[in-house]
Design a binder for this molecule. Sequence first.
Ligand SMILES: [Zn+2]
Length: 399
Amino acid sequence: MSYPALVEPADELTIDEVRRYSRHLIIPDVGMSGQKRLKNAKVLVIGAGGLGSPALLYLAAAGVGTLGIVEFDEVDESNLQRQVIHGQSDVGRPKAVSAQESIAEVNPLVNVVVHSERLENDNVYDIFDGYDLIVDGTDNFATRYLVNDAAYFKGIPYVWGSIYRFDGQASVFAPSMDDDAPCYRCLYPEPPPPGMVPSCAEGGVLGVLCASIGSIQVNEAIKLLTGIGDPLVGKLMIYDALEMEYRKLKVRKDPSCALCGENPTVTELIDYEYFCGAVSDEAAEAAADATISVTTLEHMLKEREEGSRDFVLVDVREPNEAEINHIPGAVLIPKGDFLNGSALEKLPSDKQVVMHCKTGVRSAETLAIVKGAGYSDAVHVGGGVSAWVNQIDPSQPSY
Ligand SMILES: [Zn+2]
């Protein structure tokens, strides 16, 4: 199904613009009118990370007149494997500024608006104001639901994408363009249980997957802005990079959707952090009085060395993560072994159990299991090996 263009054409293209966009202008479906629409378009990209990097570069190259960037983070060395809008010399600099400079190099005709803040309930409407379309490149569920709800209340269509390891998904959520169009909540009414779906920081992502999904998002954005083709409204694109397979599923509007359904229960922005929960209730309860700091752990390890204390330190990450960095003296038992029960027989019954993972999310989950099995004095390390590398041993790499 086709939709009317989201944007009216600009009055004219300059000679420079005609030269720059000539390969667009000679495509009959785009032509002068389509390029003038892109020139007039205001697109907001949320995140200048894995998806935002290719999306911003191609939107800029395509001649989108105004590009907004929402990004509060700084460039880290571990970003460069996929966030191609940033370079080596940008490490430590704000991503929004680095992205702005790259865009100026690709296409100086683009007006870039930088929003150097984290998207929150109290700034989302101000930030969204005036944009024709949103491209969502966020990597966490709380922000995804915030974007969906705020875009719905504001009546702004958006292109969504997500990536993990070798798998990607993309869709267009545009209830404002079509009464039958679903929203993100129609597809995913509830966030996954905390700890069930690891983030890219926890589980990894193939760098080039960002380009595959980011380019689908830009493709859909250009179609929506210019009113050509059949956009992914009411359709979910699923990409499997290992099988090199694309599948397109129909997504129907859910009449019982909490946001866009017949009897909505979400009628204003909600507490998204609480809705998505960083850890499960069981893990939060287990960790409440059983979280130690890396400084405490360092002290405990010294005492263990001197013989005045004994405990077992368990790293619940995956073996490939432990190859990157580790806390000395830890034994590796991945979280999966706790879930299937096989880890418990590897634990000594006469020693305190101390657990850590990358940041403290997975170890809080395993802590709940171990405590449930009777290890009442078990603890886990807040901040995990990332905090250890940060505060105790900066000679090791972080990831
Ligand atoms: Zn919905």
